[in-house]
Design a protein around this ligand. Sequence first.
Ligand SMILES: Nc1ncnc2c1ncn2[C@@H]1O[C@H](COP(=O)(O)OP(=O)(O)OP(=O)(O)O)[C@@H](O)[C@H]1O
Ligand SMILES: [Mg+2]
Length: 310
Amino acid sequence: MTSTPTADAAIEVRDLTKTFGSFTALDSFELVVPRGQVTGFLGPNGAGKSTTIRILLGLLRASSGRATVLGQDPWTRAVRIHHDLAYVPGDTNLWPGLTGGEAIDVLTRRDRSAAHRRRREELIERFELDPTKRCRTYSKGNRQKVSLIAALSRDVELYIMDEPTSGLDPLMEAIFTDEVSRLREDGRTVLLSSHILAEVEKLCDTVTIIRAGQAVESGTLPELRHLTRSTVVATTSADPAPLRALDGVHDLVEDRGTLRFDVDDAAVHDVLPVLTALDATALTITPPSLEDLFLRHYGDDLTQDAEGER
Ligand SMILES: Nc1ncnc2c1ncn2[C@@H]1O[C@H](COP(=O)(O)OP(=O)(O)OP(=O)(O)O)[C@@H](O)[C@H]1O
Ligand SMILES: [Mg+2]
């Protein structure tokens, strides 16, 4: 596991366990969110993301282990940490009788500066929210916009977002991506739980993948990519036997002069001269996407889940 010193971490979770009766939702879970970075938090339904986030917000008490948020224990220092963090829940419940604008005001009641007002207006415009409508009339996407505008308008050190783009259309998702990029340029810290791999791939410096309450991978995207294989496609009329003979080359298929195979990261160096000797052209080497990484970890689980639901 990573051992970033606490001073550089906005969030540090060590050996965290949370049980609900006999069910273990978090099992010696570890998470480090470095300051000034965007950390992606990935895992399938029920893996424990929201449970972790609730502990970080002081809404749930850990069964054992340690969670530190901005140097504080969230359970005993909830008031303190909420001064310095903004939270976006994935399923926003709002006051039905308030307008969107009023709901934003309630959610940001500590922030009353002129700068905050300007930022609020800017975000309302960017996310194309009509703040005069009552919350009860908002669609899911519009409720989500209220949460996002409230959180993003706050001038805080840490932003914790639990699937913040659920319900947003692609245009609004692009605005969200842009806003988080700005936070990052501005040196803020973001923990972003998401199912949208492209979003995580675009935004996140480091990623932690959780499965059944345990961290299964954690690191920068290039570090995680090293754990898997790149895909090579090339055209050649020569016999690819020398490639097959190489360690680190997997699943080679040949189709009318096009070769396709996977290669371990460490073996790319050995493969290139062989491809040259085979007179290969139209060569592409594609690193694994986050989706490949994710499916490698969850492919079996997801298939089983889908079967269970049928
Ligand atoms: N209050 C609770 N009582 C009992 N079990 C709970 C409770 N809260 C969460 N769980 C269980 O803990 C596990 C983790 O749930 P959690 O909501 O953290 O998952 P998640 O990763 O956020 O999933 P999703 O992607 O669907 O939001 C699930 O199996 C869930 O049923
Ligand atoms: Mg959740």
